[in-house]
Structure formats: C-alpha cells, structure tokens
Design a protein around this ligand. Structure first.
Ligand code: GLU
Length: 451
C-alpha cells in the first residue's frame, strides 16, 4: 500500500523551510506559488500522490564552482559561481545569469523556480534555470569583467548546451558580458551554437531581445487595463530601476501616451513632474550603461526634477506602477501607500519585486496586479525566439518579432484569466499565472513517471 503524503499547505511549507535553511528568498517564492497550488490541487489526487509540487520545488541540480580571476593590479580574486537547473520537463533549462554582490544560492534557487513557471507561461518549450555569481561588476574595468566572464565560462561550459541549458543575461549581465562568455564557450568547444541568448545581432542574436522585457511588461499592463475598458493614454506611471527593463518599460509607456514620473537606482529615486520623455530616457540609457553613472545626476541635467536619496518611489501618487529593479523592493507598507494613493494597476518588470505582504495587500485591494512571472516573461520569450532562429539558422524581421511578442503577452494574459477569474470583474493574476504555469509543467512530469 502506497503511503501518500497528504500534508496541508502549512505542513508543506514547514518541510520546505527545514530542507532549505537560511534561504529566505527561495522559501518566499515557493510559498507564493504553494498558496495557490494547494487550492487548485484539492480535487486532483494525481498531483498529490505524485508529489509534483514537492518535486518542482527541489532543483534537478545546483552546480556551484570557484571562479578565480586576476584584477588589474595583479591580485588573485576568488568568487563563487552557480548554475541552478530547476526543471527541464518541457524543454532545455533556460534562464539568465546574474552578477551582483547580493547573489546567493537562495536568490538563484528562487529565480530558477520562478523561471520554471514563467517559461511555461510563454507557451515556448523552455525549462527553468538560473545562474550567476556574487561578483560585483561595479567599479571594475572592462578587462577585469572580460577576465571574470572567461573564467566563469571555463567552468560553466561543461554544464550547458543548445539542447541542455541556455543561459542569458540578467542584472549585471548585458550584451557585453554575453559576448565575452560566448567567445570563451566557442573557443573552448569550437562550437558555434545557440548556447546563450541575448547575443549581438552579428553573431546570432535576435532583434528586439533588448527591449523585450520592458516592452512586454507594458503590453501586459495594457491587456490588464483593457479588461476595464481603459488604456495608458494620459496615465501617470511610477517606475523603479534605471537599467534595461526600466528604461524600455518607460519608453513603451511614453509611446502609448502615458507620463513617466520616476526612475531609481540603489542610491535613491528621481521624480520628474514634467514627465520623463524619450529624450530624457535616452539620456538615462547613455548615462547608466555607457557612462556607468548614478541616477542622482539626472537632476543636474534636468533641474526641474528632484532626487530622493535612499528612498523608493512608491510614495509618489500614480495611476500605474512598474517595479523594475530587483526582488523585495516593494514592501507591504509601500503596497498600502500605492493603493491609498489611487494606483490602479501594477505590472512587475523585475522578478519577485513585491514581498508576500505586498502581494497580499494588492490581492486584498483587488487592483490589477501582475506578478513578474507573467508580466516580465517578454524577455525570456524573445530569448526562446532567438533559440528558434538559431536552430533554423536564419533571422526574423523586426515586425514579425514585435507581433510575436505582443501575441505571447496576450496569450499569457489569457492564461491568467482562465485560471484566475474570480468573478465579479476581479482577476487574480497571481493565482492565474501560478496555476497555468504549474499545470503545464506538472502534466509533462506526470507523463514521465517517477524520474
Ligand atoms: N533574466 C531574464 C528573466 O528573468 C531573461 C532570461 C532569459 O532570457 O533566458 O526572465
């Protein structure tokens, strides 16, 4: 007689906490999903007896390795690198690489877990993975970054492959770093293959990959507003972050007639009551990426704006908010403030930017609230399209890709409605995204038996 472990949500989470001590971000991500999945599984015996959620919440493997490199002064530096391969039930592991001092095994496990659901939602055949290092690119020379990327890939190359695991960029890893890593992969293996995405256009990259995450988050926002018969025309937006996701989200909001009031970085946020238009967005892009400057210098270039040191922008009244910086940047109190100030929609450009308290606040207030795994999936979706183009050995046109991105974001929105419609005009997008993502991966896992 089989022993079926029918624990309830609390019992399940106790187990997750016990097996993953000192990994708060991972526990938080699992909790957010488990809250919805336990309800969904209530009458679905097979998911229970086959321990599907328990298996998805245990990475297939976590590879950890030493990364040594020499800095410009000749010192030997030692960092830790990881690749978390969470689940490949529906396709090769897929997910970015993050270089940031805050990177730990817990952070990468949460990101790989989230990625598994996000990738399933895109409808493309991609499993979930994530990698990175606690290396801090800030203040490093380009040659130091190159040496670090080469050393990182010298170990990583044996764990990845176009049909095995396909990394991409994330915080601290953009086109330049992907170039250094792809160059080293090719040098070691003598293989020109689609093993990374976010590549340069001359060497296998895809058009609109750079814009895709930010644009996608705004397309998702438009889809949500449309359910209320509204659009972005004339709406005020508060955005956090000033990197690739934030600046492209800002750009799309402006294109669609909205007014962007804020951007931020780890030093604080800038508030521009006149609106951050395309010209100012271009200034921020150049300032942050090429000059590697701070957002506070914005007020020198545009004196009507104000800088708020050490603060997040959630207290600025707005119609819509897009957290596009990093995990847990929007807390329960911030969520309450946004709701109290009349914010009607939140579309997450970052991964898990809202803490559990904040998620519960948005759900309770029944506002339009999209979790990152749904609204920021545009980036990895275009990565999936980059993989297809690499396999086909061709490049699709920009208009084709733009349309595909829009269609994928609408498709994700529809999946959220399918599983998240609570009646009375309220859609629980968190629940919808969790269930739709889970169901696809779970059904594939059921087909494979106990592996
Ligand atoms: N790092 C991005 C994300 O969080 C993109 C991953 C990819 O393109 O593989 O989804």
């Amino acid at each position: 007689m089989a022993v079926t472990d029918h624990v309830d949500l609390n019992g399940f989470m106790e187990g997750v906490k016990k097996r993953n001590p000192h990994q708060p971000e991972f526990v938080q991500a699992v909790q957010e999903v488990a809250e919805d999945i336990f309800e969904f599984m209530e009458d679905k015996e097979e998911y229970h007896s086959q321990q599907i959620l328990r298996r998805i919440a245990e990475p297939d493997r976590v590879v950890s390795f030493r990364v040594c490199w020499e800095d410009d002064a000749g010192n030997i530096r030692v960092q830790r690198g990881w690749r978390v391969q969470n689940n490949n039930a529906i396709g090769p592991y897929k997910g970015g690489i993050r270089f940031h001092p805050s990177v730990t095994e817990s952070v990468l496990k949460f990101l790989a877990f989230e990625q598994t659901f996000k990738n399933a939602l895109t409808g493309l055949p991609m499993g979930g993975g994530k990698g990175g290092s606690n290396f801090n690119p800030k203040g490093k020379s380009v040659r130091e970054i190159m040496r670090f990327c080469q050393s990182f890939m010298t170990e990583l190359y044996r764990h990845i492959g176009a049909d095995i695991d396909v990394p991409a960029g994330d915080i601290g890893v953009g086109g330049r770093e992907i170039g250094f890593m792809f160059g080293q992969y090719k040098r070691i293996t003598n293989n020109f293959t689609g093993v990374l995405t976010g590549k340069g256009l001359e060497w296998g990259g895809s058009l609109i990959r750079t814009e895709a995450t930010g644009y996608g988050a705004v397309y998702f926002l438009e889809n949500m507003l449309a359910t209320k018969g509204e659009n972005l025309e004339g709406k005020t937006a508060v955005i956090s972050g000033s990197g690739n996701v934030a600046t492209h989200a800002a750009e799309k909001i402006v294109q669609l007639g909205g007014k962007v009031l804020t951007l931020s970085d780890s030093g604080g946020f800038i508030h521009d009551p006149d609106g951050i238009d395309q010209e100012k967005i271009d200034w921020v892009k150049t300032h942050k990426t090429h000059r590697r400057g701070r957002i506070e210098e914005y007020v020198e270039a545009f004196p009507k704006a104000t800088f708020h040191a050490g603060k997040t922008p959630w207290g600025v009244p707005c119609d819509v908010a897009l957290p596009c910086a990093t995990q847990n940047e929007l807390l329960g109190e911030d969520a309450k403030m946004l709701v109290a100030n009349g914010c009607r929609a939140v579309s997450e450009g970052a991964n898990m930017p809202t803490d559990l308290d904040g998620v519960h606040t948005f759900k309770h207030a029944r506002i339009l609230y999209a979790p990152g795994k749904a609204s920021n999936a545009g980036g990895v979706a275009v990565s999936g399209l980059e993989m297809s183009q690499n396999s086909e050995r061709r490049s699709w046109k920009e208009e084709e890709l733009q349309q595909m991105l829009k269609d994928i974001m609408s498709g994700i929105h529809n999946s959220c409605i399918r599983y998240g419609d609570q009646g009375g005009g309220y859609i629980d997008y968190v629940k919808g995204a969790n269930i739709a993502g889970f169901k696809k991966v779970a059904d594939a896992m059921l087909a494979f038996g106990v592996v």
